[in-house]
Design a protein around this ligand. Structure first.
Ligand code: AMP
Length: 283
């Protein structure tokens, strides 16, 4: 596996693969890799000749007071894991290379970014779409794999690609979970023992909601209230949002149907966690 540190070298590498008629799949990450990320890399290996894993903690997608300064990092371990999973390149530029002095451009998707995480993290998705646009132009991928864990992000990226006519296939990968159901996340490293137990409120809520729906409760408003009660029983969990939305439009549903997704964000101690899931079995 090659480690590439600058956009210029990354594009030289990409041009040579494109020139040889080989395909490239990009897996964007902020590092501190876990099995969720590695599943995305393996998916990339199935669909392309070359997989580029990007590792970049993108400062412009963090708001003031968020965890940019503490974000967990372990470059050596990430490099080992990426290589073991089949990546051909680990692309890890530094901040000045991505945003040189005088950088002034923003890529912004409007409607889909206003609710859910967009409402509580103003500017977050502009940071995401700007860096992903730069990664697409630098790495020249035919496809890119994103996790459904960041469900709104996936919808926003798909929209950006459609709106800007990029010829890149966006692949959504299912959420990879710990044995007890907690969605894997680099931020789980922040949780102490008690917080780790409370973090199960997310997956428990999804399972609870699925059971309710399968027994005929399709009133989204009533369901959200019941979920709120359930989460509050865990104690010391701050609810950011409990939403039941259409998977494509991200608009709130009144009645749960096959396209309805329960999306949750909570703060446990100082750690913000998100999770989501379709509410119908086999949806
Ligand atoms: P991050 O490093 O958190 O920015 O995540 C990089 C990519 O990995 C994003 O597309 C995430 O959606 C995806 N990802 C993170 N955690 C998981 C997980 N538990 N299951 C599937 N994909 C994930």
């Amino acid at each position: 596996m090659e480690i590439i540190r600058t956009a210029q070298l990354m594009t030289t590498w990409a041009n040579s693969k494109v020139g040889q008629g080989e395909t490239i799949c990009l897996v964007p990450t902020m590092g501190y890799l876990h099995d969720g990320h590695l599943a995305l890399v393996r998916k990339g290996c199935d669909i392309a000749d070359n997989v580029v894993v990007s590792l970049f903690v993108n400062p412009i997608q963090f708001g003031p007071g968020e965890d940019l300064g503490n974000y967990p990092r372990n470059f050596e371990r990430d490099a080992e894991l990426a290589e073991e999973s089949g990546a051909n390149v680990l692309y890890s530029p530094d901040v000045k290379d991505v945003y040189p002095d005088g950088f002034q451009t923003k890529v912004s998707v409007a409607g889909l970014t206003t609710g859910l995480c967009g409402a509580s993290r103003p500017g977050h998705f502009d940071g995401v779409t700007t860096v992903v646009a730069k990664l697409f132009n630098t790495v020249k991928p035919n496809s890119a794999v994103f996790g459904r864990k960041d469900f709104q992000q996936l919808a926003v990226i798909k929209k950006m690609v459609r709106d800007l006519n990029w010829d890149i296939t966006i692949v959504g990968h299912p959420i990879v979970r710990e044995k007890d159901g907690l969605a894997m996340s680099s931020r789980n490293a922040y949780l102490n023992k008690e917080e780790r137990v409370k973090a199960l409120c997310l997956f428990d809520s999804i399972q609870f909601a699925r059971k309710q729906v399968s027994s005929g409760n399709q009133d989204a408003g009533a369901l959200k209230k019941e979920i709120e009660h359930k989460i509050l029983e865990y104690g010391d969990v701050l609810i950011d949002y409990i939403s039941i939305v259409n998977a494509e439009t991200l608009k709130e549903c009144e009645v749960v149907d096959k396209n309805s997704v329960l999306a949750l964000a909570v703060k446990i101690g100082s750690t913000r966690l998100i999770d989501n899931g379709f509410l119908y079995k086999n949806a």
